[in-house]
Design a protein around this ligand. Structure first.
Ligand SMILES: [Fe+2]
Length: 361
């Protein structure tokens, strides 16, 4: 193993010794974890000066049986266990992103969509979406920032599948909405790559981006293997509840439920991509603002309830180096949670100098 300063860390390096918080009370990353851009960003936030990494990144270090048993026995290491558990899910997502990238390249060249292969990726995501709370953490806050179409599509697919699961949809419908998420922007494969990866413009919905709905319809209209639910999600995912969307300015229940779910998730994903330092409390606030205007309130309600439950027991890192537990999240202003550090309760609305810089678990 070798000692690498924060500034020299690279995605793909494998942690050879667990990274502890500066006060030594928490393991932030266990050994064996592969570093991502987001993880490196977190290490910076935690002021970790250096990390021990493996010399040969091609042979990931395995934990011994005793070490895994130690982990499972210690309540103090709960964050680490969740991280370990969600790692498999993260690996599935990374694998899916690679496959979808190749499939989009094929679509770009052949002007046809290989539904069978996209379906295989959808099934792979479905089979690994069984740990919702850990998965949410991975999906929303721990994956590298990546503006590629494949990354965005896998993220939308996975989150749509999770929302459908939370709404108790049937397995068939969950699989279909994951496929819809993978394909919702397939029309963009027919646009120049610079247009696709310009997230600021995508957020503003310029005319060039709007054509991706029509392009998707042209690519898919003759495809018998595609369910009408999936096609509806693809052609309506930019329609808004207040009728301000495109291409048909549909409103309310006239928008297919699959499209309303994909629209909420697409909004989340675009917010994260457009603002690299967005934290989950800001994201929650933003969804609560839009849920009675553009987005489906019932779908948003399911999402915000789950995320609120999840964040209410989370541990956050503060700018002054301390770690705090979130004990209360105001319904109206979730951006200002009440925190607990040891025996002290902190109301952020009254302590403006307290700043959350990261989410630990
Ligand atoms: Fe889109």
């Amino acid at each position: 193993m070798k000692k690498v300063a924060y500034a020299d860390l690279q995605p793909g390096m494998i942690i050879a010794e667990a990274i502890n918080s500066l006060n030594g009370k928490q393991i932030l990353f266990p050994k064996g974890i592969t570093l991502t851009n987001k993880a490196i960003h977190n290490i910076k936030n935690w002021d970790i000066p250096y990390v021990m990494v493996m010399e040969d990144a091609s042979s990931p270090m395995e934990m011994s049986k005793e070490e895994s048993e130690d982990l499972s026995l210690s309540p103090a290491l709960l964050p680490t266990m969740l991280l370990e558990k969600s790692l498999n899910f993260s690996n599935t997502l990374q694998d899916s992103i690679g496959k979808v990238n190749d499939l989009f390249d094929n679509t770009r060249r052949s002007k046809s969509v290989d539904i069978r292969e996209f379906n295989k990726v959808a099934l792979q995501i479905f089979e690994h979406s069984i740990y919702p709370s850990e998965a949410v953490h991975r999906l929303l806050f721990s994956l590298p920032n990546d503006n590629s179409l494949a990354y965005h599509s896998v993220m939308v697919a996975s989150l749509s599948g999770m929302l459908a699961q939370w709404m108790n949809w049937s397995a068939k419908d969950i699989k279909e909405i994951i496929l819809a998420g993978l394909l919702h922007d397939v029309g963009k494969t027919q646009l120049p790559i610079e247009v696709i990866e310009d997230t600021d413009s995508a957020f503003m919905n310029p005319e060039s981006i709007k054509t991706h709905i029509l392009l998707a319809f042209k690519l898919l209209k003759g495809t018998k293997a595609l369910s009408p639910n999936v096609l509806a999600a693809i052609v309506q995912h930019h329609e808004y509840m207040d009728g301000s969307g495109y291409p048909q300015q549909l409103s309310g229940d006239r928008i297919h439920i699959f499209a309303r779910v994909v629209s909420v998730v697409n909004y989340l994903s675009t917010m994260i991509a457009a603002s690299k330092n967005i934290n989950p409390f800001m994201l929650l606030q933003s969804i609560k603002t839009e849920m009675f205007i553009k987005l489906d309130p019932e779908v948003c309600d399911v999402f915000t309830r789950r995320i609120t439950d999840y964040l209410c027991s989370s541990i956050v890192n503060l700018k002054d180096g301390r770690q705090a537990k979130v004990v209360f999240l105001p319904n109206v202003n979730p951006i200002f949670p009440v925190l607990q550090v040891d025996d002290e309760f902190i109301d952020i609305t009254r302590n403006k100098e307290v700043k959350i810089v990261g989410l630990l678990m």
